[in-house]
Structure formats: C-alpha cells, structure tokens
Design a protein. Structure first.
Length: 186
C-alpha cells in the first residue's frame, strides 16, 4: 500500500494502519532508534511509541512524506530516551560523539538542543545542507541525522574512515562559517 493509503487508514482510525506502518517502515525507524540508543529493547520501545505518536498526531496533520514524519518522531523519542538513560558523565556510543562533533558549530552554551530547536537556526542549517554536493549531503545527514557510525558510512561509500572523518570535519567548519556569516553567535 502506498503512503497516502496508510495515512488515510490513520485518518479513518483503522488499526491496520499501524501494522502496515510497521511492515513498511519498522526497519527504518528501528535503525534510527538503535543508532541513537545502541540498545535493542530501548530501540524497540521507541519504535512502538512512534506508532502511538503517529496514531495520535495523524488526525490533525497529513504529512507530506510518511517516512520523514515517522523518522522525526522516532528520532525525537530516541533522543528523549537517551537523555533519560544517560547522565553527562556517562554515555558513550555514537550519539555522544555526534553531539560533541556538532557542539563547536552551533553553540558554546551548555544546552545545544535549546539552540537547535530555534526555528531560524534550523532553517539556516537546512539551507546549508541543501547547498552541499549530494555525496557530502548524504554523509552529513547520515552522521548527524541518523547518527550512523563513521565506519558504516565509509563502508557504504567505499571510502576510508579517515576520508569520511575529514569530510565531516571540513563540512562542520563550513557550516560554522556559514552560520557566523548569517549572524548566529556560536
């Protein structure tokens, strides 16, 4: 079934919407959650919560792209779960590295998420990402949206890990300069 058909099932409050969503996007959502949480049970819990959130929000919102809508819900739930599970001193895993890598680009204050949530900054970052070449954009998005490990990105693109790391470093520097040019204080 296509996405519009699944969304219509949500609007009709048909339980089949959840099973079709799980069948079509379950693996996608779980990979997002698992990259962030690095825990099978927590990832599964976030995916199930994604379906509940989709069920509750669909009647007021018809998403343009179901995959993006579900991915964003999963990502937000996973970050919230991660914050509950980890203190600043504990942690490890990809998400700590991802947030550390981006800290220099977007903030010098304690709470990076407060800055990222600002709509203007989000628009500027989105504009910057759209200006990148397709390969650099995909590498950037896979690292900083999906929290994919550098090793996985390198493997998928037939690159060395060092090359991917250097590409990400250069892209972060360009992002920082881009944001400073637009008046953001970092």
């Amino acid at each position: 079934m296509d996405d519009n058909g699944i969304i219509q099932l949500y609007w009709d409050r048909n339980d089949q919407a959840i099973s079709l969503t799980s069948e079509k996007y379950g693996h996608y959502c779980k990979s997002i959650a698992k990259n962030i949480l690095n825990n099978e049970e927590d990832a599964e819990e976030c995916v199930n919560d994604t379906y509940l959130n989709a069920w509750n929000s669909m009647p007021t919102h018809w998403p343009e792209q179901l995959a993006t809508f579900l991915g964003k819900i999963t990502r937000n739930l996973s970050f919230n779960k991660y914050k509950r599970n980890h203190t600043e001193k504990r942690g490890g895993g990809e998400i700590t590295l991802v947030l550390d890598e981006l800290t220099d680009c977007v903030s010098d204050i304690d709470n990076v998420e407060q800055i990222i949530d600002r709509q203007e900054l989000a628009k500027a970052i989105s504009s910057f990402v759209k200006s990148l070449s397709i390969e650099k954009r995909n590498i950037f998005v896979r690292r900083y949206w999906y929290a994919d490990p550098v090793s996985d990105i390198a493997s998928d693109y037939g690159m060395l890990q060092g090359t991917v790391s250097k590409t990400l470093e250069r892209t972060r520097k360009k992002l920082k300069a881009y944001l400073i040019e637009r008046g953001f204080e970092l």
